[in-house]
Design a protein around this ligand. Sequence first.
Ligand code: FE2
Length: 446
Amino acid sequence: MRTAPETDLAAPEPAPEPAPDLETAEGLLARYDEVRGYTELLAAPLSPEDQTVQSMPDVSPTKWHRAHVTWFFETFLLAEHESGFAPFQDQYWFLFNSYYEAVGPRYSRPLRGVISRPGAHDVGLYRRNVDDRLRDLVARSDDGTLAKLRPLMELGFHHEQQHQELLLMDIKHVLSLNPLQPVYAGRPAPGPAGGPGEPDPLGWVGFEGGLVEIGHRSEAFCFDNELPLHQQWLPPYRLADRLVTNGEWLAFIADGGYRRPELWLSDGWARVQAEGWEAPFYWRETDGVWHEHTLHGTVVLDPAAPVCHVSHYEADAYATWAGKRLPTEAEWEHAARIAEADAGPANLADLETFHPRPAGAPGSLRQLFGDCWEWTASAYLPYPGFRPAAGAIGEYNGKFMSNQMVLRGGCALTPPGHTRATYRNFFPPGARWPLTGVRLADGGAA
Ligand SMILES: [Fe+2]
């Protein structure tokens, strides 16, 4: 890896608020209130009507997200540990179970948008009821019970954070179909120069590779799919020091990128033809000018900003066109571990740009933990020795290890505190509604 820039010791960041101590009941409840409150903050700009719409099968209504994350705490904590437990509403168990076969039957996912009741207000009552009971349970628990609750509560926090990101991705699609071009919130995401500009030159960072350790290795929280820690052999490789830009993608389009089958995987080319793909998901050409739909409105395309809302198929075709390839997830993780100390502040949801922004000044790897989830060349598979947890909670990740590709990093809709070098996100290769982007790689053996 090339030499990292020196740290600017003259301008220290203000000290962040100390994180709650999750070893104590008070700390657990403080974190619970933070996470639950952030979901409601994200939903606050949305009317009950906004919160009811399901614009396609992959998208869930906002109020469904708010209810489902509540169901998760009710099912995996209250039902197991609250004395005299009874569901808030019997039918909510059916309506707000997402995919847990062991918990019981569930309502059809593609039809979530036809459920007008409970409305957004009643979902708020459900949330408050479960919040009150959960707080009471934790406050009354002895140390032994608290030790059982802690890992489930932490899983519930991270689960709700995943749905916070999905809530934003989903409402973005809902609003994109409205010809009034409604704005969710947030503000435009100017680049370092304060507005649209020319793409920054692409740099490359080399890594020696070798026998490296992949997977989570500390006592801090991780999902089960980040385990076990294991070794992999990586030949020397390079990663692009930033994401592919809109300007570069325009060159791909101008060179016939969406019309040349030799650039595409067979399944990808079939989707191009079947769905008429000619540009990224939210791009629209009006009077010869490219625009893109964002959560803060429809804007003229910034050539310096990262291209986003492209499928794995498009990312792979672009890499082929560029004479490069996508990184493997092991390469990405190995590089991120080395470079994360120099990565700088990430463009996550707390900045409220809700959109990727141009890369900052060259240095180490830029845009690692924010802006866009980065497609990798790796299929989503279990690590050697992976064992899902026993019971219903074991359905969380493992059963999706088929026909999906791994993405790494995080995006401008990811809550702060929800990124790490070992985090394995995954989506089907044709998905375009998630906030995804492209980082190129070369060298190595992939
Ligand atoms: Fe979920």
